[in-house]
Design a protein around this ligand. Structure first.
Ligand SMILES: Cc1cc2nc3c(=O)[nH]c(=O)nc-3n(C[C@H](O)[C@H](O)[C@H](O)COP(=O)(O)OP(=O)(O)OC[C@H]3O[C@@H](n4cnc5c(N)ncnc54)[C@H](O)[C@@H]3O)c2cc1C
Length: 391
C-alpha cells in the first residue's frame, strides 16, 4: 500500500493549471497566463507542427483577440507568412448566380499546420509554461482539492484547475461534463488541398450552395502559392439520415458539376480527402464545473452557419485564462464560481450563434429560397445588412 502511494507520488507532476490540447484554444489560454507567475502545463497528443483538418479561414476576430492579450501579437501575425489576405466572401446559389460582400476587416487564410504552430511557439516562449507534446491524456479526474490527468505513459499531472481545449473529441468534455454528440448540433466536413484551381480569387472565400448537396456547402478558399483549401460540409443529422459519404460527395461535386469541374480541369490534388467533426454552438451547454472549464471545440463553440471555430476557440481560451486569474486570487474553483466563465462566453457568442442557427435552419435545402436570397442580396441595402450579419 505504502509502495503504491510512493510510486504514484514519484510519477506525479504538480502544477497550478493543466491545459489539455494546444490548438488555438489551449495555446491562447497559455499565452494569456504568460505574466501570471502560475505554473502552467500545456499538453498535446501530437507534436507541433501538426495538421488540423480545417478550411484554414482565420477571421479578423482572431487579430482582435491577440491584440487584447498583447498588441505586438497582432503585429507578429501580420508579419507572419505564408498567408492570403481575405477581404470578401462570394456566395453561389444553386443556379450559380453569385453574391459578393466585403468584410469590414481583413481576415486571412493560413494553413492550420502553420497557424497553430505559430501560436504554439508563442505559448512555448513562456518560461513558466511546461509544454509536453506527444502525450495523450487517457484519464481525467477532479476531487475537492485538485484536478488531475493521467497520460498514456502513466505520468500523472495534478493542478488546481483543468482547462479542456482538446477539440471535437475531447476526453475532458466526455469524462467531466458527460458530453455526447448531438447530431442536430454537430456537422461533418472534409478537406482536400489543391494547386492550380482555375480562376482562384486570391482575396475571396468562395462558398457554393449546390442542388443535391443541401443543407451544407462546398468551399474553395485561396491559400498562398496558388494553392487552395477545398471542402464540403453538412449537418451530421442529414449525413446520418441520408447515409451520405462526404468524401464521395466532394469527389462528385468536383467531377460531376460542370460549373465546378471547369475550375478543376488543370488542378492537382495535393493529398487524399480528410474529414473531421464540428461541434456547433447552436445549443447551450454547461461548459464548466468543479475545477474545470472547456474551451473551443471541446465546449462546442463553432458557428452553426459558417463553421468557423478558430476565433471562438481563441476567445474562450482567453476568457478561461482570465477566469483562472480571478479564481486563483480567491482560491475558489468551485462549480458555482466558474459559472461566471459560461456566462461570459455565452454573453459574447450566443447572439451570433442563435442568429446563424436560424439562418442555417431557414436555408435548409430550399433551393428556390437560396436562389432568391442571393439575387436580392445584390441590392446594395440588403448587401450591407448581410455584411453586418457576419462582420
Ligand atoms: C473540415 C473543417 C473545416 C473547418 N474550417 C474552418 C475555417 O475555415 N475557419 C474556422 O475558423 N474554423 C474552421 N473549422 C473549425 C476549427 O477547425 C475548430 O473550431 C478549431 O480547430 C478549434 O480549435 P481548438 O483549439 O478548440 O481545437 P483543435 O484545433 O482541434 O485542437 C485540439 C488539440 O487537442 C489535442 N488533443 C486532443 N485530444 C487530446 C488528448 N486526449 N490528449 C492530449 N491532447 C489532445 C489535439 O492534438 C489538438 O492539437 C473547421 C473544422 C473542420 C472539421
Amino acid at each position: 500500500m505504502h509502495q503504491l502511494k510512493q510510486k504514484k507520488l514519484n510519477n506525479t507532476i504538480l502544477v497550478d493549471v493543466i491545459i489539455v490540447g494546444a490548438g488555438p484554444a489551449g495555446s491562447t489560454c497559455a499565452i494569456t497566463l504568460k505574466n501570471s507567475g502560475l505554473k502552467v502545463t500545456l499538453l498535446d497528443k501530437d507534436t507541433f507542427p501538426r495538421d488540423k483538418i480545417c478550411g484554414d479561414a482565420v477571421s479578423s476576430v482572431t487579430k482582435r483577440v491577440l491584440r487584447q492579450i498583447a498588441p505586438e501579437l497582432e503585429t507578429r501575425l501580420l508579419d507572419f507568412a505564408p498567408k492570403t489576405n481575405i477581404t470578401q466572401a462570394k456566395l453561389y446559389s444553386p443556379n450559380f448566380k453569385s453574391l459578393s460582400f466585403s468584410f469590414s476587416k481583413t481576415g486571412h487564410c493560413i494553413r492550420r499546420k502553420d497557424f497553430d504552430h505559430w501560436l504554439f511557439e508563442i505559448a512555448q516562449q513562456n518560461a513558466n509554461n511546461k509544454i509536453i507534446q506527444n502525450c495523450k491524456v487517457k484519464e481525467v479526474n477532479t476531487t475537492n482539492d485538485f484536478a488531475e490527468v493521467t497520460l498514456a505513459d502513466g505520468t500523472i499531472i495534478r493542478g488546481k484547475v483543468l482547462v479542456g481545449c482538446d477539440g471535437a473529441h475531447s476526453i475532458v468534455a466526455k469524462k467531466l461534463a458527460q458530453f455526447k454528440i448531438d447530431r442536430k448540433h454537430y456537422s461533418g466536413a472534409v478537406r482536400q488541398y489543391y494547386s492550380n484551381v482555375k480562376g482562384l480569387e486570391g482575396n475571396a472565400l468562395e462558398v457554393y450552395f449546390l442542388k443535391g448537396y443541401l443543407p451544407g456547402y462546398f468551399w474553395i478558399f485561396p491559400l498562398s502559392n496558388n494553392e487552395a483549401n477545398v471542402g464540403f460540409g453538412m449537418l451530421s443529422q442529414t449525413i446520418a439520415e441520408n447515409k451520405i459519404d462526404l468524401k464521395a460527395s466532394l469527389h462528385d461535386i468536383i467531377n460531376m458539376i460542370p460549373e465546378v469541374h471547369n475550375r478543376f480541369k488543370d488542378a492537382t490534388a495535393l493529398e487524399d480527402v480528410k474529414g473531421f467533426g464540428l461541434p456547433l454552438g447552436s445549443r447551450k451547454y454547461a461548459i464548466s464545473g468543479h475545477r474545470y472549464m472547456l474551451c473551443g471545440d471541446a465546449a462546442s463553440l463553432i458557428d452553426p452557419f459558417s463553421g468557423e471555430g478558430i476565433e471562438t476557440a481563441m476567445e474562450s481560451g482567453k476568457f478561461a485564462a482570465e477566469q483562472i486569474l480571478k479564481s486563483m486570487a480567491q482560491n475558489d474553483f468551485s462549480a458555482n464560481t466558474l459559472k461566471a466563465y459560461d456566462e461570459r462566453v455565452y454573453k459574447k457568442m450566443w447572439g451570433n450563434f442563435k442568429n446563424h442557427y436560424y439562418l442555417q435552419r431557414l436555408l435548409g435545402n430550399r433551393v428556390r429560397l437560396i436562389n432568391t436570397l442571393i439575387k436580392i442580396g445584390n441590392i446594395p441595402w440588403v448587401n450591407k445588412q448581410i455584411t453586418k450579419l457576419f462582420y
